[in-house]
Design a protein around this ligand. Sequence first.
Ligand code: SF4
Ligand code: SF4
Length: 702
Amino acid sequence: MASFHQLALLLLLALAWAWPAAAGTLSKADIERRFQRPLHVGEKLREIPAWPLTSELTPDAGPVAYVFESIDLAPIPGFEGTPINLLVAIDKDGRFLEVEVLHQHEPVFLGGLGPVPLMDFVRQYKDKSLKQEITVASTYGNTRANAGGNRVVLDGVAKATASVRIVNQTALSAALAVARARLGFAPASDLPPARIRETAFTTMDYPSLQSRGYVQTLRLSNADIEKLFAGSDGAGVDEEALRDPNGLFLEIHVAYLNPPLVGRNLLGEASFARLRDYLRDNQPAFWIATRGRYGLVDEGFVPGTVPPRLAVQQNGLPVELRDANRDYANQPTLSGANAALILVAPALAGLDPGQPMEFRLTVARSKGQILPTVTRREVSLRFAPSAELFDYPPRPLPEWLRAWSDRWPDLAMIGAALVLLTAVMLRPRSTCREPRRLLAFRLGFLAFTLLFIGWHAQGQLSIVQVTGAIKSLVAGAGLKSFLYDPVSLLLITFTAISLVVWGRGAFCGWLCPYGALQEFVGLVARKLRVPQLRLPARAARLLACSRYVVLAALAVSAALMPAAAERMVEVEPFKTAITVGFVREWPYVLWAGGLLLAGAFLYKFFCRYLCPLGAALTIGGRLRRWDWLPRLPACGQPCRKCEIVCQYDAIRRDGAIDYDECHQCLDCVGLYHDERRCGPQLLQARKGRVIGIKPIPAHSIN
Ligand code: SF4
Ligand code: SF4
């Protein structure tokens, strides 16, 4: 039997390695079929995998939109381990024109719900903008009520919340990559920009604006500048600086104009109103003036352009400020000013006016008459905007963290249940000794597993998650996609640990919703006196191999015929019975119902003979470090009560436990701890001699 395990494991790994690489496949002709006249599709760009679209209606405007496949830019693995591929089109303002699902392997959208809800979901992107915060409503708490302001909340898809969060992350990440490369969107920043606070207007004069920090100033004397050039060719060439070291060389005055408290006071009401009309999308505007011997611009400056001497940076990244060419820039009374401009940042540059920025002015000196040597130095004003002018929005949670915060009540409930289960498994005596108490605990827990974990929280694990995790790891994508489904991640983590401690039974016996459903069916069948088949031990063991065959067949077909594998995973009735609660096409319902019916005659038929996840967990259960089910020397010979009690045929004739088949129902543990039920020979053995746990090694199937 060990060879069966190893073969299945090898095939599982082969599946992961054989998976095709993630890359876009569309050609220019494919794009042209989707975007027709008056649009024209250009050649795919070299610097970023996107097709530019131009329009006959605005022939001189350059690209009006960009089209791209998300898999080239944001290959985020879905639950099955393969990235979802979307065709995305955005216009030059960062507005979504279209999002189309090209390829997806999400189990819930392949079967179960089918692809239509996903198509409906991506349709919601049309006309939404990358300048908005686009999130997905959770069916578990976070609702559309959170929308508003700059926030858009898309309708989620019930039973597929985690998958549509991955879709949202994929669409936004890919679109932002293109917007940053081609549309001048700011590089990635964690923080949304500050918003101007609505404050009551009060009239202020220039010194008051300065004292409040609304106008900030840098003053440099001749001596300061001389120091800058010390040791260079520019040192000692400015005679006036040497003659009058304390004299003013340059004074820079900077103000952020958009808040009325600043702009209106500096420019006057009428000019401020005109400026506001001029600004698009609340572009940040700054008033900058200089006085002294040196100025912001020289006589060669062309109005309406970027002043060549000025460079602006925020967080180390350059922002281009352009002269707005407003004649009222000189309006503030700054005696002796040699230049005054209103400079405007592009709307999409991502400049956050609420955060500090640096204004750098280049000062040049030349030495020599013929072929002079020019030396340049920079002076810098760190402009720290006054915090009282702004509202700073809270840092938005990443999409995966939102999933966690939305689902904390579910996680808390399931976490508490796992703690309880752990406590009972570690100290089973008090729960198990009384058959009624064990039955009540077991049925209560399984009801929780079925109703809460399965039907409510959608926490049914599946073989697709096992193969998906392997594929993601092999592709180097990590397991980030699991972060979007916190309930599954919690259960996977607990199951992984439990494999080492208890073997596969902790999950199969307690935490699998479909397993719990079968258990209830078996219970009802026994109550209804449905005849219970019990195969001879050898036959049961032989038949149990079939679940490894199913697992191997799945692995091979996934590696060689992925499309067929997507249909073959339907051997798991989980999607039908748990994910969509039997609301599905009749062949699937018939299959899931038929398996339950089989389980009514042959206890947990699917678990024991067909389940590929059970097979994978059995292989994982080989990591188990302890034989934790207690045995006595007389187990198997002469007493065989436990063997009869075990409905999974997991106790051999010699009394050893076959942990591969054990679902850790605790029936035999209860028997062991109950002197009234444990065989009389054992009772005698306990009273007479050594009473203890017989460390019989776990049975291995050979
Ligand atoms: S064998 Fe499969 S269906 Fe049964 S409990 Fe385990 S995982 Fe669930
Ligand atoms: S009765 Fe069987 S399935 Fe239950 S714990 Fe004992 S060996 Fe495992």
